[in-house]
Design a protein around this ligand. Structure first.
Ligand code: PHE
Length: 447
C-alpha cells in the first residue's frame, strides 16, 4: 500500500484543521454557556492537558507505526490476537457517522452566510423564528446546503492527501486563524471584554454538576479529534523523521487557543448587546445574528467573516472524518480513491438527509426513538459512546499491547524525562478517566 506523505507544515495544518471544527466555534461556546462558564472551562482545559495529550500521542503513534488504514494498523501492531484487535480498528472508522449531522450543520452555516449579506434578524424572537423555521420546516433549504457541503468535502477527498486534503487545509486554516484573531482584537477593545474574560475563566464550582464534568471531558476528546481514526490516518502519512510529540503539542495548543478565542469573541459580543449566553445549540444561530444586526454594517461584515470561519472549520474537520473510511476501502477492498470517496460521500449524504427529516415537524415522529431524534442519536452515540470507547481502546492498545520496545523506539528520545509519565498516563490515568466518563455520559453512573 502506498500513502502519500504530507509536508511538515501540511501535516500540522491538516491535523489542526481536523481538530479545529464545529466543536470549537459552535459547540464549545454554547456548552460553556449551558454549563455555566469558568469551572466548566477549567475541567475541559485540565482534561486536554492531562489526558487528551497522552491519548493524542497514542493515536498518532498507531498511525505512524502502522502506516496504513486503521484496521490494518491495529492488525500489524498486535503481535498476538491480530484477529481480535482488528475490530478495534473498525472503531476508528466511526468518523463517517459523525458526518450524518456534521454536514447538516455546515449546511446551516452556509445558509447563515447568505443571510449575513442581507438583513439579519433585528431581535432575538425574530432570530428564533428564522432558526426554528429552518429546523422544523426548512427541508428544502437544509438539503440544498447539505448538498453543497457534501460536494465540497467529496471533491477534496477525491483528490487525496496531497492535492486535496493538504492543499485545502493550507489555504483554509490560515484564513480561519486570521479571521478569529482579527475578531479577537476587535472585541478586546469593547467594554464587555473583561466580563467575557471573567465569565470564561473565573470558576463557579457550584455550577459544576456531574453532567457538566462529563460533558467537559467528552468535549476535550471531541475537539482534539481523538477516537475517530482521523488523527491516526493523517499520521500514517507522516514523514519518518517527524516528531510526534512536538506535532501533538502544536495541535493541542492551537486548537485550545482557537476555542478560547472563539468563546471570548462570542461572549463579549453577547454581553455587549445584552443577549443571553445560555442559549444551547442555537447560540451562534440565534443570539449572535441579532447582535450582528445591532452593529449595523460592521455587523454584516463580521457576520460574513464569522460564518465563513465556522464553515472553514467544519469543512476541514469533515475531510478528516471521512478519510479513514476511504483509506480503508482503498487498502482493503482495492477500491479506487474516486470510487471510495464518492461512495462514502453518498453514504453520509443520504443519512444526512435522514437527519434533516428527523428535525422536521411532519416527519420527526417517525425518526424519534426514546425521546431522541435521529440527529441527536447520532451525536449522542458518536460523542458519548464510540469516541470515549475508542479512546480507551487506543490507550490500552498502546499502553499494553504494542511491543514496549517499538513504542519506546519512537517516543523515548522525543519525550525524554516525560516518557515514563506519558506511559503511566496511557496505561492507567487515561483508561480509568475515559471509562468513568463514558459510563457517566451514558447515564449509567453519577458522581
Ligand atoms: N475536532 C472536530 C471538532 O472540534 C470534530 C472531529 C472529531 C473531527 C473527531 C475529526 C474527528 O469539531
Amino acid at each position: 500500500m502506498k500513502i502519500a506523505h504530507f509536508s511538515r507544515w501540511g501535516f500540522l495544518m491538516a491535523a489542526v484543521g481536523s481538530a479545529v471544527g464545529l466543536g470549537n466555534i459552535w459547540k464549545f461556546p454554547y456548552i460553556t454557556g449551558e454549563y455555566g462558564g469558568g469551572a466548566f472551562v477549567l475541567v475541559y482545559l485540565l482534561t486536554v492537558v492531562l489526558v487528551g495529550f497522552s491519548v493524542m500521542i497514542a493515536e498518532m503513534l498507531i498511525g505512524y507505526l502502522g502506516r496504513r488504514d486503521g484496521v490494518g494498523a491495529f492488525e500489524d501492531l498486535a503481535p498476538r490476537h491480530k484477529e481480535r484487535w482488528k475490530y478495534a480498528g473498525f472503531m476508528g472508522l466511526s468518523g463517517t457517522l459523525v458526518m450524518f449531522y456534521y454536514s447538516v450543520v455546515i449546511g446551516w452555516i452556509f445558509y447563515y452566510i447568505t443571510l449575513s449579506f442581507g438583513t439579519l434578524p433585528a431581535t432575538i424572537p425574530e432570530a428564533e423564528g428564522i432558526y426554528n423555521h429552518l429546523m422544523t420546516q426548512g427541508i428544502g433549504v437544509q438539503i440544498f446546503f447539505h448538498t453543497l457541503s457534501f460536494m465540497i468535502v467529496t471533491a477534496v477527498l477525491v483528490r487525496g492527501i496531497k492535492g486535496g486534503i493538504e492543499r485545502f487545509n493550507l489555504i483554509l486554516m490560515p484564513a480561519l486563524m486570521l479571521i478569529i484573531a482579527g475578531m479577537l482584537v476587535y472585541v478586546m477593545n469593547l467594554e464587555n471584554f473583561s466580563k467575557a474574560l471573567s465569565y470564561m475563566f473565573v470558576p463557579d464550582w457550584g455550577r459544576l454538576t456531574s453532567e457538566a464534568f462529563a460533558v467537559a471531558v467528552g468535549h476535550a476528546f471531541f475537539t482534539l479529534s481523538l477516537g475517530m481514526g482521523a488523527i491516526m490516518i493523517y499520521s500514517a502519512s507522516l514523514e519518518k523523521s517527524s516528531n510526534l510529540v512536538r506535532a501533538s503539542i502544536f495541535v493541542i495548543i492551537t486548537d485550545t487557543l482557537i476555542a478560547l478565542a472563539a468563546g471570548l469573541v462570542l461572549f463579549t459580543l453577547l454581553f455587549q448587546y445584552g443577549a443571553e449566553p445560555a442559549k444551547g445549540p442555537g447560540l451562534v444561530f440565534i443570539s449572535l445574528p441579532s447582535v450582528f444586526h445591532a452593529m449595523g454594517l460592521v455587523g454584516n461584515v463580521l457576520a460574513v467573516l464569522f460564518f465563513l470561519a465556522l464553515a472553514f472549520a467544519g469543512l476541514t474537520s469533515s475531510v478528516s472524518l471521512v478519510e479513514p473510511m476511504i483509506q480503508y476501502l482503498i487498502d482493503r477492498w482495492n477500491m479506487s480513491r474516486i470510487k471510495a470517496a464518492v461512495s462514502m460521500g453518498l453514504f453520509f449524504y443520504v443519512f444526512g438527509i435522514v437527519a434533516i427529516f428527523s428535525l422536521n415537524t411532519d416527519t420527526a415522529s417517525y425518526l424519534t426513538w426514546g425521546g431522541k431524534n435521529f440527529f441527536d442519536w447520532v451525536d449522542y452515540m458518536t460523542s458519548n459512546v464510540l469516541l470515549p470507547l475508542a479512546g480507551l481502546i487506543m490507550a490500552i492498545f498502546v499502553g499494553y499491547v504494542v511491543e514496549k520496545e517499538r513504542v519506546a523506539s519512537v517516543l523515548q528520545e522525543q519525550m525524554g524525562w516525560f516518557y515514563p509519565i506519558w506511559r503511566c498516563s496511557v496505561r492507567y490515568i487515561a483508561p480509568v478517566a475515559l471509562f468513568v466518563v463514558m459510563l457517566n455520559l451514558m447515564g449509567l453512573i453519577e458522581f
